[in-house]
Each structure stands twice: as structure tokens, then as C-alpha cells.
Write a protein that binds this ligand. Structure first.
Ligand code: UD1
Length: 341
């Protein structure tokens, strides 16, 4: 019998790609998603890639009683991967309460389910934004966290703290937090990729959206930073690498037979890429020249961050396989396919 995994936020960008990998690795998947920031058609896209459509419940995780009702029906869940959260740094600066209410309440409710239904394995979507502005790079998991630069980042810091305390109280429910750097790109098939239901603010959808004519120009936020070309540096990582890391993390916690303290692992490629270098990589693979404008720094952004990857390699036996050109190429194929539809 297949092992059942609940994926919250499974119709979202990283969630849907992880669902594909889980299905292809033999798991049965149940998706919980409010569809507040994603679309139901990603279920059909998952089916187009895998040949299977996962069970789906439309539910806002902040509604505890509705969540409870699902877990009264669905039994024998061996793990939960919790993606469901709002993710835009600049939106969180403008609407902090929206972020605290959504990201924190949903986490508390789902952990309550983990405890009540004795679900043995829990994977949390954290973010490298928990580190804040760090001067010593690359960042390691034991680097002390700096001040959060945005409410979004703070929700992830608080989320990790909640899990830390939860793990101490419920050591048999094994928890792992994955601090992702910047997931981008799309599935190789061109059948699924990022489909935000709000206007995207992340760099790669803005790049591909500019190239295809949805946006007039790409604004580069900040060109005077103390970096090699003045623009911010990030560790971009292909979304399918991130997806495969989730399956590896899930297997790692599942294989632990004894109680386990809360584990935290970075998921990055280890390469720092500037915004200008990311634009150049896109232009190279697409053959397009982007109209670029220089703009002031964006509130809430950190200047430069990239990952030390030794822990993900040793603990998960996982390293990122795809490079920045693979990320841009797949993102561009997906954008063109999406617009055709
Ligand atoms: C942040 C988190 C990341 C999380 C993501 C979710 C950090 C360091 N990383 O990514 O872990 O997954 O939120 O949304 O906090 N940029 C432009 N022009 C644009 C858009 C972006 O110049 O139109 C620049 C930004 O200023 C930034 C870089 O591109 O320097 C990447 O931005 P974005 O893709 O939005 O991701 P982060 O906010 O870095």
C-alpha cells in the first residue's frame, strides 16, 4: 500500500512541483489548499505530468474546525509537508497582519492536527529570509539569525520557533524545517510552472513576464549595493531540485525510528547570482533583450545571501543539479506555454 502524505499549499508553485515528485516516487498525495494564491487547474497539470490526480480539499487552514473534519475522514497519514503560506516580502511590509494571521495561525492549526492525530513526520517550508542581513557568507544553519527584514521573514522565524518548542513537547512527531533560498524555474515538461493568481513580484516571473510583454520593463531594485555589480545577490535554485529535496527530507525523517529534535536544513545551490547576472542568463537562453530600468531598493530586501550546502548533502544526500540557465530556460518555456493557453 502507498504511504499517504498530506501536502498543504499543494496547488501552489513549490507545492505542486513537490506533489509531482512525491507521486513519481510512489507516495499517495492529499492536497489541502485554500486556492487563495493558486488555481485549481494545477491539479490537472499535475495529472498531465504524472498520470494521477491527487485527492484535493479546498480548505483555509486558519479554519480549524474544517481542518479537523478532513483529518477525521483521512486516516493513516504518515507525513505532512506544510507549504501553505503567503510569500511576498513587499506585500508583507504593507500588510503585516495579513501575514501574521495567515502564516502563523495555519501553522498552529496544522501542528495541533499533527499532535492530536499522532502524525509522525512533519516538514515545514521555511526560508533563508530568516537569516536577515548576514555579512559572513555562505550562511550555515547554525549562523545566528539576524533581525528579520520583513514581516514575511518574521513569520518564518516565528514558525521555526514554534516548531522548536513543539518538537520538545512532542518529540515523537519528528519535525524538519527547510530554509529555501530562491526557488525559480519550471518543470522540464513545460506542462506546469509558477501560476500566481496575483500579479507576481518575484524576479523570474517579472523577467519572463517582461519578455512576453505583460510588463513594460523590468525594474532592478537597487544598483548601489556593496556587491560585485551593485545589484542584490541571491541563491537561485530550480524548483524541481527543491521538490526532490522535500521528498529526500521526508524520507530522512521517516527513516528515523526514534524521537528526533527539530532539524533545520538549508536548501540552496551554494551559488550567489546578482540580479543583473540573472537577467543576463535569461537573455542568453531566450535570445531576447529585456527592457530594464533601475529603481530604488525594495523595502524588506536583504542585500546578499547564498547557502552553505554541506548539511543538505550530508543529511539528505541531496545537492542541486540544475544551473541558472536551466532555471531560466524552463521558466521561459513555461511562460510561453502559459500564454498560449
Ligand atoms: C524572498 C526570500 C525567499 C522566498 C521568497 C518568496 C530572501 C533573501 N529570500 O525572496 O527565500 O522564497 O522571498 O517570495 O528574503 N527584484 C528586482 N526586480 C523585480 C523583482 C525582484 O530587482 O521586479 C530583485 C529583488 O530586489 C531581489 C531579487 O530580485 O534582490 C529576488 O527577489 P524575489 O524573486 O522577489 O525574491 P526574494 O524577495 O529575494
Amino acid at each position: 500500500m502507498k504511504q499517504k502524505i498530506v501536502v498543504t499549499g499543494g496547488t501552489g508553485y513549490i507545492g505542486s512541483h513537490t506533489v509531482i515528485d512525491l507521486i513519481q516516487q510512489g507516495f499517495e498525495v492529499i492536497i489541502l489548499d485554500s486556492l487563495a494564491r493558486s488555481e485549481k487547474k494545477s491539479l490537472c497539470q499535475i495529472e498531465a505530468v504524472t498520470g494521477q490526480q491527487p485527492t484535493f480539499y479546498k480548505v483555509d487552514l486558519c479554519h480549524k474546525s474544517k481542518l479537523e473534519a478532513i483529518f477525521e475522514t483521512e486516516k493513516n497519514i504518515v507525513g505532512i509537508i506544510h507549504f501553505a503560506a503567503y510569500k511576498y516580502v513587499d506585500e508583507s511590509v504593507k500588510e503585516p497582519l495579513l501575514y501574521f494571521e495567515n502564516n502563523i495561525s495555519s501553522l498552529i492549526n496544522i501542528l495541533d492536527i499533527v499532535a492530536k492525530h499522532q502524525i509522525p513526520n512533519f516538514v515545514f517550508s521555511s526560508s533563508c529570509s530568516v537569516y536577515g542581513n548576514i555579512t559572513s557568507l555562505p550562511v550555515k544553519e547554525d549562523t545566528p539569525l539576524n533581525k528579520a527584514e520583513s514581516p514575511y521573514a518574521r513569520t518564518k522565524q516565528i514558525g521555526e520557533m514554534i516548531i522548536e518548542d513543539f518538537s520538545k513537547a512532542y518529540p515523537n512527531n519528528k519535525c524538519i524545517s527547510l530554509r529555501y533560498f530562491n526557488p525559480v524555474g519550471a518543470h522540464e515538461s513545460g506542462l506546469i510552472g509558477e501560476s500566481p493568481s496575483v500579479v507576481p513580484n518575484n524576479l523570474v516571473p517579472r523577467i519572463t513576464g517582461t519578455a512576453i510583454g505583460i510588463f513594460d520593463e523590468l525594474k532592478i531594485f537597487g544598483t548601489d549595493f556593496p556587491t560585485r555589480d551593485g545589484s542584490c545577490i541571491r541563491d537561485y535554485i530550480h524548483v524541481m531540485d527543491i521538490a526532490e529535496a522535500h521528498t529526500a527530507a521526508l524520507r530522512m525523517v521517516m527513516q528515523q525510528n526514534e524521537a528526533m529534535p527539530h532539524e533545520i536544513i538549508n536548501l540552496g545551490s551554494g551559488n550567489g547570482v546578482s540580479v543583473k547576472e540573472a537577467v543576463a542568463a535569461f537573455e542568453k537562453v531566450s535570445g531576447k533583450t529585456l527592457k530594464v530600468a533601475y529603481a530604488p531598493p525594495r523595502e524588506g530586501d536583504v542585500i546578499s545571501i547564498y547557502s552553505d550546502c554541506s548539511k543538505s548533502k550530508s543529511k539528505l544526500n541531496w545537492t542541486a543539479k540544475r544551473n541558472i540557465e536551466d532555471m531560466m530556460r524552463t521558466a521561459w518555456i513555461w511562460e510561453q506555454n502559459r500564454q498560449k493557453k
